[in-house]
Design a protein around this ligand. Sequence first.
Ligand SMILES: Cc1cc2nc3c(=O)[nH]c(=O)nc-3n(C[C@H](O)[C@H](O)[C@H](O)COP(=O)(O)OP(=O)(O)OC[C@H]3O[C@@H](n4cnc5c(N)ncnc54)[C@H](O)[C@@H]3O)c2cc1C
Length: 817
Amino acid sequence: MSKKIVIIGGVAGGATAATRLRRLNEKDEIILFEKGEYISFANCGLPYHIGGTIKNREDLLLQTVEGMSEQYNLDIRNFSEITAIDPQKKNVSVLNHQTKETYVESFDKLIISTGAKAIIPPIEGIEQAKNVFSLRNIPNMDQIKNYIERNKVKEATIVGGGFIGLEMMENLIDLGIQVNLVEMSSQVMPNIDFELAQILHSQINLHGVNLILNDGLKAFSKQGNELILTSGKTLTTDLTILSIGVTPESSLAKEAGIDIGLRGAIKVSKKLETNYPYIYAIGDVIEVTDFVNQQQTIIPLAWPANRQGRLVADIINGFDVAYPGTQGTSVAKVFELTAASTGNSENTLKRLGIDYKSIHIHPNSHASYYPNASPIALKLLFTPDGKILGAQAVGTDGVEKRIDVISTAMKFGAKADQLASIELAYAPPYSNAKDPVNMLGYTADNLLNQKIETFDWQEIPALLEKNVYLLDVREEFELVTGELPNSHVIPLAKLRSRIDEIPKDQTIYVYCQVGLRGYNAARILMQRGYSVKNLDGGFKTYKQATYRLSTPNTNITSNQNSDIDSVDSSKLISIDACGLQCPGPILKVKETIDRMKNGETLEIQASDFGFITDIEAWCKNTGNTLIGNQLIGSKVVAKITKGTVAAHETKTHSLPSEGILHETKNGATMVVFSGDLDKALASMIIASGAAAMGKEVTIFFTFWGLSILKKQKVKKRGLAKMFDIMLPNSAKNLPISKMNMMSIGSKMMQNVMKQKNVDSLEVMIEKANNLGVKFIACTMSMDIMGIDRSELFDFVEYGGVATYLGDSEHSNLNLFI
Ligand SMILES: Cc1cc2nc3c(=O)[nH]c(=O)nc-3n(C[C@H](O)[C@H](O)[C@H](O)COP(=O)(O)OP(=O)(O)OC[C@H]3O[C@@H](n4cnc5c(N)ncnc54)[C@H](O)[C@@H]3O)c2cc1C
């Protein structure tokens, strides 16, 4: 018997379901309702038409109503919005937006594929702003494109650093627009972990984007031409794109009494049925089971919508199939980089309390001797008994291929060490005989089978504080690109002959650039009875993780550079270091410069973006002159004139600095845990003194130290109230560490300071701020202690340990108070 099937929503899920339904059954009546004009359009391509990469708007319209109706014998009704569902009577109410006619349509089976809508919070001033947009569909795209063209937009702001926000950022940059990207959390792309997101942050900065993390949009002013951020900072903007997330378009279902689950998403069974067995829901509107952790979640991506579209048609036609859950495999382009992931991130695993191990590697995309090889930062997460939980990768080439392979392996239950035995296609232009996926397998195997113990980049501050024995097994020439403080340097090749220098009575924390030489060193030491741990992912991972945001530099991608062009070509020597990972290009530079005469210029190309900062540090250390350092296409091109600044007027470009450059350590960092008045005074005196001497001073306030930054009292409840009772409510009311005597001691001290004409703590804080001292409040301890940003001084910046670490690596004074 034929069925009457009604589908709501004519794009990814809905259109897929409709065509599969027809292929399975020629007799059924299939009606597809779409409230907009377009069906089956390519929403994923919208940002690229705005930026001009996809030139023809029509290319985004994959199907027309007429074409699809005819080809599949479907009854497609666009401009037709479903306004109500009656599950008992099995019908839907329809409003035709063109004729304004309303009518009721019955069904035997109903498929809801209404998607998701952009979250637009009621931000102050949004009503008056006429230049605020979000991007979900073709009309949104047209509006944004028209607005940019008509108003000659020069500066735009993206709020939200998810994949749509990042794609919009890149496309606006392609149009020559100056872009601010504001993201409330400490990183963009929440599906990958911080240290990998940092690689994106660095690339985003390289393209001149003003990336603002740990800050949110609080209000619009000046009709949307000014944005006020939570920190109090303001931004001017001609256009704002809100991409802070989506919420399921489930109001119809809710009103119809269909069960709703997490964050407004429709609850469905593995058979994609709602609580009414003849009503199904698919795509962005539903709650899914996370394939890895089996918790309910929302993963609004095109693959699940398409897969569910096909499955629901099969299920309606009686096939015994089910949807097992979503793995969240995704990929995004961020300028020259690709970022991809599958499964759970470390952040998710931590939040859910799932025990895991993690490894980082930095292999090349293909054989390093074949042109254009470039590094991929790869991370794998697995349970202590090896079950793969997730993987992430960032690089220029071959990134999504590796994630797809791991996603496939995960789907079929492979363990981490089994990645070593997957036989993958190899020829030099494509891979290595040991593919990066195999390398992950080997590394996991070593960890799972106790061939090695590792420590990771996040443990480094605590280890430095404990003054552990750090062994750096890199070559001397590599150290100019950065090292961990107080490391003992013994290059791997010399390790056996110098092994007696290494103490046996403590754990040796060994590291190299990417982890491989460290592993070799660890094996040598372990077999001689040493207790050893190797830095997972090497110094490169640490350096990437501790990248510090820089101010925008719009010149970086320009292809022309006057300094470079003025170089006498007879004195120009060119080398290609693409495919070599840092410090490989540095070694090539050193070897070549050693052979050159003073005044000659070397041009070098590298495919590892880390070279940008490494070469800058190397030149400063070695007295050579960096006359150009640019990103051209997906290569770094640097020009170095042999000899010092005196011989050639230097004009190095103000590139963002990354990691640790030990020749430029002019910083002072302080961690203030204590909320005692005397200690707060001491920290302000030292900080101001250091700043007055020209140092870049950062103070990281954590736990009780946060009291020093308090400007006002805020009403609180629960645990936050408990902390509030225990803590002083402003810098004025701090106790002293000894003899406080119910605050009499503190008052006495303040009086004496006044008599002796010593500034009060509040004045000292203000002066330190005026001197440029950076005040960072630790967001993690704020969270624990229930301290809100509104309680703290407006000039305070917010960050986590990585922000502090980044600064501490540039300092030669580090105090804990
Ligand atoms: C700019 C952008 C870029 C993206 N890029 C990617 C990407 O690169 N990779 C990726 O995996 N995913 C991407 N996505 C997400 C992907 O497009 C969605 O996950 C997918 O389209 C979801 O399919 P769906 O059928 O659930 O909803 P949609 O494809 O959004 O379709 C829902 C349709 O239902 C219609 N509708 C809603 N309510 C009614 C009603 N009451 N009556 C009639 N019709 C109604 C809507 O008008 C809409 O056309 C992107 C999304 C956007 C917006």
